[in-house]
Design a protein around this ligand. Structure first.
Ligand code: PLP
Length: 381
């Protein structure tokens, strides 16, 4: 069985697992303790913080460790909204955000904030002009993703950040960077992002570790009450082992990004070409999207039937994103891109990782042909 669901999660590098195991066994101190055990844990955290910061080109004291990007996104959005509510209660986002952003803004809506969802075009992106046009005098935050987790569509974050800060310097800019980091070049400071979320398990690090870059000078209302860890922004004893594992995985991802991107893009392109050649299938990803994601629909078939058929032919792919794939609802992302309900209900995502080869791509292409041949007689008309 071949795994083509790297956008959902990735297998941690064996070296990352070894390092984390060693830390759990030998460096179990609480980084806040002042004795030797605590100091050693604190030193590991400091080194990890410096490493994570270097991987995204920011300062170490701008990194807040979290339990993953869901928490980072919640902290960025709700933390900024609560802290700056005296400036206004309007938030701008897009119609295709990950559930951790989408549900966070919906919750704020219930608490009295006003939210503008900027519509995406048929390829799934918004323009900088659309974002700036949506800004009002009471806008406090723009939150959007770099790379879409279902389709791989890339928002022009650098253009958005620059135009936003030129026109509305007081409006905070949050980027959910989860699917872009390690796959395409990232530079949150250059994009003028104030807040930037990452998750370790998408780049062969551990699950349960993530970070939020908080630009110096930006304040947030913490969501957890407790100790003063993480500059007072995230109470709770830091998980030294997972954080060191994340730093290691992020360093490897950064070192290999250019190579990964050019090699994996070739695999993606050949699979895209195969999908385009099968009349029953419709591509939802475009050539200029992220190098590791191909999304397509089989409108005449339920996505889960297609998924299990591909599995029968040895290939594991995904329906929608992992966190929505158990929902029977059509994809919110595809509907926002203007696809009809059949297309939005029959969506499948293939996502590549660094271990994939030409042989794997060939196997996938064969499985796609086999799947359609098997399901053709069962198509709904
Ligand atoms: N944002 C995006 C774009 C994602 O793809 C994901 C994970 O699927 C998340 C946020 C949430 O990350 P985590 O699993 O670390 O909570």
């Amino acid at each position: 069985m071949k795994y083509f669901d790297y956008a959902a999660t990735t297998p941690p590098y064996p070296d990352v697992v070894r390092t984390m195991t060693e830390i759990m066994e030998t460096q179990f101190g609480n980084a806040s303790s002042i004795h030797g055990y605590g100091e050693r844990a604190d030193q590991l955290l400091r080194r990890a913080r410096t490493g994570c910061a270097a991987a995204i080109g920011v300062k170490a004291d701008e990194i807040v460790f979290t339990s993953g990007a869901t928490e980072s996104n919640n902290l960025a959005i709700k933390g900024a909204a609560l802290r700056y509510s005296s400036r206004g209660k309007h938030i701008i986002t897009t119609a295709t955000e990950h559930a951790s952003v989408y549900e966070s803004v919906l919750q704020l809506q219930q608490w009295g904030w006003d939210v503008t969802f900027i519509p995406v075009d048929s390829t799934g992106v918004v323009t900088a002009e659309q974002v700036v046009k949506a800004v009002r005098s009471d806008t406090v935050l723009v939150s959007l993703m770099h790379v879409n987790n279902e389709t791989g569509a890339i928002h022009p974050v650098e253009e958005i950040g620059n135009l936003l800060k030129k026109n509305a310097p007081r409006v905070l800019f949050h980027v959910d960077g989860v699917q872009g980091f390690g796959k395409v070049h990232v530079a949150p400071a250059k994009w003028k992002a104030d807040l930037y979320s990452l998750s370790a398990h998408k780049v062969r690090g551990p699950k349960g570790a993530g970070l939020l870059y908080v630009r110096s000078g930006v304040e947030l209302t913490p969501l957890l009450s407790g100790g003063s860890q993480e500059h007072g922004l995230r109470a709770g004893t830091e998980n030294t082992a997972l954080i060191v594992g994340m730093a290691k995985a992020m360093r490897i991802a950064t070192e290999r990004q250019i190579d990964f991107s050019s090699r994996i893009r070739l695999l993606r392109d050949r699979v895209m070409k195969t999908i385009a050649s099968i009349p029953e299938l419709e591509l939802n990803s475009t050539q200029d999207g992220a190098p590791h994601i191909v999304h397509f629909s089989y409108p005449a078939m339920k996505a889960e039937v297609a998924l299990h058929t591909l599995e029968q032919f040895g290939c594991t792919v995904s329906t929608q994103s992992a966190c929505s794939s158990r929902s029977a609802e059509p994809s919110r992302v595809l509907l926002a891109m203007g696809r009809d309900v059949a297309c939005a209900s029959g969506g499948l995502r293939i996502s590549f990782g660094d271990e994939h080869t030409e042989e794997d791509a060939a196997m996938l292409e064969k499985a796609l042909h086999q799947m359609v041949a098997q399901l053709r007689p069962l198509e709904r008309r």
